[in-house]
Ligand binder design. Sequence first.
Ligand SMILES: Cc1ncc(COP(=O)(O)O)c(C=O)c1O
Length: 401
Amino acid sequence: MPLGSSDIDLYESEDPIWNPALLTIPIPGIRKMVNLASTMNDVIHLSIGQPDLPAPDTVVEASVEALRAGQTGYTMDAGMPELLESLAEYYSERYQRPLSPDNIMITTGATEAIYLALTAVAAPGRHFIVPDPAFMLYAPLIRMNGGEVTEIPTRAENHHQLDPQEVIDAIEPHTHAIVLNSPSNPTGTLYPRKTLEAILEEAAYRGIHVISDEVYDHLIYDGREYPSVLSCCSDLDHVMVVSSFSKTYSMAGMRIGWLIGSQAAIKKLRRYHMFTTTVANTPFQWAGVAALRSGGPFIEEMLSEYTRRRDRLVELVEQTPHLTGYKPEGAFYLFPALPEGVNGTNVALRLLKETGVCTIPGETFGNSCSNALRLSYSTSLESIERAFERIIPWMEKQDFD
Ligand SMILES: Cc1ncc(COP(=O)(O)O)c(C=O)c1O
């Protein structure tokens, strides 16, 4: 197979130049599929993990204006004061939880915030709890720094809801933190307030940290209220929340995210941030201020478009033999299961080669879901329809027993 060989060279080489900790980074399943797809014609992607809608005009204009105004230097290490203040105001209003700019640090996307939060606390002898499936960064970043991970499996039959009791039962004397991501990539599952409250209460009682990745906090359907960890915890002493503009305003390439925590945590992490990316990029921090000021109507339109796509995808998955789906309440993913024991990676590869539809195999996101496929509906309704005109007849021909 022409793909993947360079990944294997990079991550699994015996070459002593590389830190052995790099071995904890799995070969990226997404890249593997997308690389193969790039060698083929007429591929329909249900693999995309970023918004397909253009960023709002006001955001683009604010970026250009900032560049023209000479905003091309470094900002303060915690981020631009105007953006920190806008975020503090926005969060205080959204969750009725007073936050000050000192509770926030601007990062290069949520990715840097996740990197800082996890690698600043993971260490040998410390145990972490992570849902499975989950966004693929969490467990490797913990393991890379010597931490130990227990994965809590979730299932399509339960709409991939996390059972708070299973999380609590997995707590050990050396448990250091619990990682949450609602709505989830890859499942689109939104955790109800009672799940978060149960976990947060137990974590606070035992002095365990909760690190919550909330990048999809505006991709919430059916008029539901978003239960953020910020609206469920009594203080920020053991809580870090990560988010970004990437998904909410189609600004993924602008790379502006943030981390929210206690003032003491932010103070500590600001120094670490100096040793990673120094500061986030300046013109797009101005774009972020514009997004917070004027992005409301964009979010409304985006939600109605994604809702239409989600509803149709759910119907199409229901009509597809061998797939068990559910109705996700957030993000832009559905994570249906193939029958137990079926190898999702083989199915995804065959599906791509034989029908030209690119999906992401479940094992990219953990160990408990090798029979699943991640389908993204961050693509047009028309592409979704065309993809299933290929998937359904192909699945009808499969005999997975
Ligand atoms: C759950 C989750 N967290 C974080 C990120 C990264 O976000 P950013 O683009 O802001 O770095 C992604 C991107 O796909 C994601 O799905």
